[in-house]
Ligand binder design. Structure first.
Ligand SMILES: [Zn+2]
Length: 205
C-alpha cells in the first residue's frame, strides 16, 4: 500500500503504484505544457492553422512507467506523421517528453484539428498497436477534441469488448491479465509488419 492511499483505496485500486499526488501532478504538468507548447508554436508559426497531437500509453500506470513500452508512443506518433505526409499536410514541429506517469510524444501540424483527430482515430483503431495508445488532439489553443465531438463511439477495453472507461473505473481486469493482452497485441503486430517507417523523417530527439 502506498503511504498516500487509504486502506480502502488500496483495496479497490489493484494497479496503484504511484501516489495520487504524483498522478495528479503529472497530469497537471502535462496540461500546462500543452498550453505553453501551443502558445509558443502559435508565435513561432503565425498564419498557420495549428493542430496538435499527443500520444501516450493506454495502460495502467505501473506498465506506463515500466520503460518496456515507451518506444510505442514515438512509433505511433511517427505513423501519424507519415499519414500527414501522405496527405501533403505540413508537420510544423514534433518532440517527446517523459513524465512521472509515463512517456508522451507529440507533433504539431498545419491542418484543421478535426482532420488530425480523424487520422488519430484511424491509427488508434486500425494500427496493430493502436489499442495501446491514446492520441489526444487539440486545437491551437490546446482545447481537446473528443471522440464524442466527432461522433465516434467510445474506445473498447484492451481485454474484453466492453467500453474501456467502464472496465477501468470498475478495475475489472487484473494487472497480469492486462499485461498478457498487451504482450499478445505486440507479438501479433510483429508478424504484420506494423511499423511504418518513413524515409526522410529523421528523429530529432
Ligand atoms: Zn474489459
Amino acid at each position: 500500500m502506498h503511504s498516500s492511499c487509504s486502506p480502502r483505496d488500496c483495496d479497490r485500486k489493484k494497479y496503484c503504484v504511484l501516489s495520487l499526488q504524483t498522478v495528479l501532478a503529472a497530469r497537471e504538468l502535462r496540461w500546462k505544457n500543452k498550453k505553453l507548447l501551443a502558445e509558443s508554436l502559435a508565435q513561432k508559426f503565425p498564419g498557420h492553422r495549428l493542430a496538435l497531437a499527443f500520444c501516450t500509453l493506454r495502460m495502467p500506470a505501473s506498465l506506463r512507467i515500466s520503460n518496456l513500452y515507451k518506444e510505442i508512443v514515438v512509433q505511433l506518433r511517427d505513423v501519424l506523421a507519415g499519414a500527414l505526409m501522405d496527405g501533403a499536410i505540413q508537420i510544423l514541429d514534433y518532440g517527446q517528453e517523459e513524465y512521472e506517469d509515463g512517456p508522451s510524444a507529440w507533433l504539431a501540424s498545419d491542418c484543421d484539428e478535426r482532420i488530425l483527430k480523424r487520422m488519430a482515430i484511424a491509427i488508434e483503431e486500425g494500427h496493430a498497436l493502436g489499442s495501446l495508445v491514446d492520441i489526444d488532439v487539440t486545437d491551437a489553443k490546446a482545447r481537446l477534441i473528443s471522440r464524442r465531438d466527432m461522433g465516434y463511439a467510445p474506445r473498447k477495453c484492451l481485454v474484453c469488448d466492453d467500453e474501456a472507461a467502464v472496465c477501468s473505473a470498475g478495475q475489472r481486469h487484473s494487472l497480469s491479465e492486462i499485461e498478457a493482452h498487451i504482450e499478445a497485441i505486440i507479438s501479433d503486430s510483429m508478424g504484420q509488419e506494423a511499423w511504418d517507417s518513413h524515409d526522410g523523417h529523421k528523429e530529432r530527439d
